[in-house]
Design a protein around this ligand. Structure first.
Ligand code: ARG
Length: 454
């Protein structure tokens, strides 16, 4: 190019060229160029004839990119130059007019905003589908008791639907985060030129309308320096894959013989090459393991952008591989979670047996004492002593005698046994957001309508 006489070192090319990954921006680049060319002609900056020739070459390029026949050359540095080169091959000298009033700096920022916007929409859609699947699974297992855990120790019983809905709320928040990403992509960079604006009175509003941007970026310096929307996408993806990793992790545990709460469909498990009895939850394990990879890309991208002087710096070319890997990872794990959860089967008797553990009623006994006037802290101590006694004697809470109870507190009477007999610990959780079936009905409705929004 231009004032250089020597050719570039091959290692420099290997470092600097980006076409091996930024080819993915091709369709966005073509769409952008069509809008740009249309605007140039509308403003009389190029003739209508030039426009038509450019548009027809761009259309052909678009087709070539879509069907894989686009002829990439060794010498193509990035997708923007490859497309311009190809347009010139096809249309002749008029191809040189394509880049009028445009720089690769505002061009790449625009392609990228379009790419991120499209994939944020994709994430929103997949999150909605996964949310729907989990809501359906919650409905199917509405009143199946299971133990709830803290510290991975059995804590209080809940219904399976309650636990599944917990994930639905995470996904609903994820969807809100991706909706915020869409609005972060809303300012059109094109028209900023290299950094200072361009020497033509362009119509940026026209381009914005053509490309579906609600507004134009107000400051050309900011426009070409900005990669916030990439960071926002990566951040939303990091939180979302973090959620999916917790889901994956629970499925790994639940599918173990020790828990035995679920069985994976054959399509979502693998056998062992050595041990014939095994059914391995690989998909769930990978759901668990992908989250740090995404968080790593987010951290790396913060590293790329931090302390970077305005405006465009070649450092910013690094945004793409981080972004592309996260897009691919996120879309894959969302699809996998959807497939795995849609086909998993829950084992009612195993869940119920684990939930029938009497010690799960400890808080309920404490609350019985509270209702009889004992301060909660004191009641907690009394029940802890009961549990200790039962465990040390290898017995259960309901096997303790009236006399033994009386030694702990005179407030413990027949109702104590009733409470344990009833197994009514789930239905007593009547507070809003709690596990009683009445509250779960409410919650299911709320989750359903939250998923309907958007
Ligand atoms: N391939 C470049 C990138 O991805 C395009 C922008 C190049 N701009 C420049 N001034 N060299 O960032």
């Amino acid at each position: 190019m231009s004032h250089f006489s020597g050719s570039q070192h091959e290692d420099f090319r290997a470092l600097n060229d980006s076409v091996r990954f930024d080819w993915r921006l091709g369709p966005y680049d073509v769409e952008q160029s069509r809008a740009h060319v249309t605007m140039l002609a509308a403003r009389g900056i190029i003739s209508e004839r030039d426009r038509d020739e450019l548009l027809s070459a761009l259309e052909r390029v678009g087709r070539e990119l879509a069907d894989g026949s686009f002829p990439f050359l060794e010498t193509d540095e990035d997708i923007h130059m490859a497309i311009e080169r190809r347009v010139t091959d096809l249309a002749g000298a008029v191809g040189g007019k394509l880049h009028t009033g445009r720089s690769r700096n505002d061009q790449v920022a625009t392609d990228l905003a379009m790419f991120v916007r499209a994939h944020a929409h994709q994430a929103i859609e997949r999150l909605g589908e996964l949310g729907e699947t989990l809501v359906e699974r919650a409905e199917e297992h509405f009143d199946w008791p299971m133990p709830g855990y803290t510290h991975l120790q059995r804590a209080q019983p809940v219904y399976l639907s309650h636990h599944l809905l917990a994930y639905v709320w995470m996904l609903i928040r994820d969807r809100e985060r991706f909706a915020a990403v869409v609005s972060a992509c809303g300012s059109l960079p094109l028209g900023a030129g290299a950094l200072a604006g361009v020497n033509f009175d362009t119509d940026r509003e026209l381009v914005a309308r053509e490309l579906g941007f609600p507004r134009v970026a107000q400051n050309s310096i900011d426009a070409v320096s900005n990669r916030d929307f990439v960071l926002d996408y990566l951040a939303a993806a990091a939180v979302c894959t973090g959620h999916l990793s917790r889901l994956g992790s629970e499925i790994v545990l639940w599918s173990s013989e020790e828990f035995g709460f679920v069985e994976l469909a054959d399509a979502w498990a693998s056998g062992s090459s050595l041990m014939p009895q095994k059914k391995n939850p690989d998909a769930a394990e990978l759901l668990r393991a992908k989250a740090p990879r995404v968080a790593g890309h987010l951290t790396a991208m913060h590293g790329v952008m931090h302390a970077l002087p305005l405006t465009y710096n070649k450092d910013m070319q690094e945004d793409k591989e981080h972004l592309f890997d996260v897009v691919d990872t996120l879309e894959l794990v969302l699809a996998a979670a959807q497939g795995m959860l849609g086909s998993i089967s829950f084992r009612r008797e195993r869940l119920a047996a684990a939930a029938a553990d009497e010690f799960l009623a400890a808080t309920d006994i404490a609350d019985l004492l509270v209702r009889r006037g004992m301060p909660f802290r004191e009641a907690h101590g009394v029940v802890a002593a009961l549990v200790r006694e039962a465990i040390s004697r290898g017995t259960t809470l309901s096997a303790l005698t009236r006399e033994e109870l009386a030694a702990h507190s005179p407030l413990l009477d027949e109702q104590y046994y009733e409470l344990l007999r009833e197994g009514a610990w789930l239905e007593s959780k009547v507070s809003e957001g709690g596990t009683s079936l009445r509250r779960l009905h409410e919650q299911l409705e709320h989750a359903r309508s939250a998923l309907q929004v958007q």
